[in-house]
Design a protein around this ligand. Structure first.
Ligand SMILES: *Cc1c(COP(=O)(O)O)cnc(C)c1O
Length: 345
């Protein structure tokens, strides 16, 4: 069998949730959108509900039923995109809490599901989702009469602690909500790390649960092992892979491993990527193909059946840096072909 193996440490995800929970006096939710950043929302939500998480956030209504099925009725599931046309039955049947982003959404919600709880998202400067302050003023009275479950906003620059945008958004959020008694939420992973001023009543970590920056103390969650299909000796002057982009400067031993850009190992990584046999670095040579990668294993002393791309010491953010992206994109790009293994240690 040659599919690459993605190992997901559920115990580490639980430990990361506990560690983030311990950083604030607020309640700690769990963001499980995009199938828990590609790691499987059913597994992750089950583990975190056992750990004590009582609120889960998904991006769109269609993501919610799997979470509801996994965790049962005792938890709350919020939809960040709010209440869109076509979501009504899902919201009602699975008892979901849409986070209302506009006056239109509020009116739709109140008309179609007048007794269904909802939250409010305010835009405090990111200009992505949420009501602008003027919109909020216009519907504030109506919305408050219906006792929203939550009022929230989202920080644009929380991964840069010194960025002036953090304080600016905090101030706008306070100005808009300080007289309200409904639960408030401003922070994702980055905001939790900014300190108590940013915590309010509920935090919403995602990436930190999954072992990514900006939570630099996170436990490593993901390991990627890629089987070696064959190994060959390449002579000086021979090339490897599409386009002959790499030529052996001296005789080398080259392994061909069974994964590629279809598995989220971006083609543009090319020789910037390194795989590992234990602690021995094995650089990628030539172009990354759809399903195959050439790797220089000349320094590996005992032949190995597989090489690691992501492990405890070389995590998602190292790979992300090499690829010019962020850990979030690495995780959500890994794709469906891996043989996934969930471990509880
Ligand atoms: C994705 C998201 C989160 C989680 O963010 P992380 O940076 O992954 O912790 C929280 N809140 C909102 C509104 C989001 O879109």
């Amino acid at each position: 069998m040659s599919t690459a193996k993605l190992t997901i440490d559920l115990t580490a995800i639980r430990a990361n949730w506990r560690a983030l929970n311990a950083k604030s006096a607020a309640e700690t939710a769990a963001v499980v959108k995009a199938n828990s950043y590609g790691l499987d929302a059913t597994r992750v939500a089950t583990a975190l509900a056992e750990e004590g998480a009582r609120q889960f956030f998904v991006a769109v209504a269609e993501e919610a039923p799997a979470v509801r099925k996994a965790v049962g009725q005792a938890v709350q599931i919020c939809i960040l995109s709010g209440h869109m046309q076509g979501d009504t039955n899902l919201i009602r049947d699975h008892n979901l809490i849409p986070i209302i982003n506009s006056i239109d959404q509020l009116l739709l919600h109140v008309e179609l599901l007048p007794n269904q709880p909802f939250g409010i998202q305010l835009d405090t400067g990111m200009n992505r989702l949420g009501m602008e302050p003027a919109e909020w003023q216009a519907v504030r009275e109506l919305a408050l009469r219906l006792r929203p479950h939550l009022i929230m906003s989202h920080l644009a620059c929380a991964d840069e602690p010194d960025h002036p945008m953090n304080e600016k958004q905090l101030q706008v959020f306070k100005d808009l909500t300080s007289d309200l008694t409904i639960p408030k939420s401003l922070s994702a992973t980055g905001g939790i790390l900014l300190g108590a001023d940013f915590h309010f009543d509920l935090t919403r970590p995602g990436i930190g649960l999954y072992g990514g920056l900006p939570f630099s103390d996170a436990q490593s969650v993901v390991t990627v092992d890629i089987p070696v299909i064959q190994t060959r000796d390449v002579e000086t002057g021979e090339s490897v892979g599409y386009g002959n982009t790499w030529t052996a400067p001296v005789p080398r031993k080259i392994a061909t491993v069974s994964a590629g850009y279809a598995d989220g190992i971006f083609r543009r990584l090319g020789p910037a990527a390194t795989l590992y046999a234990g602690s021995t670095a094995c650089p990628v040579v030539g172009r990354i193909s759809m399903d195959l990668i050439g790797v220089d294993v000349s320094d590996v002393e005992t032949p190995t059946e597989s090489l690691q791309l992501i492990n405890e010491t070389r995590g998602i953010d190292k790979l992300a840096k090499d690829a010019g992206t962020i850990g979030y994109e690495i995780l959500t790009s890994l794709g469906g072909r891996y043989k996934k293994r969930y471990v509880s240690t």
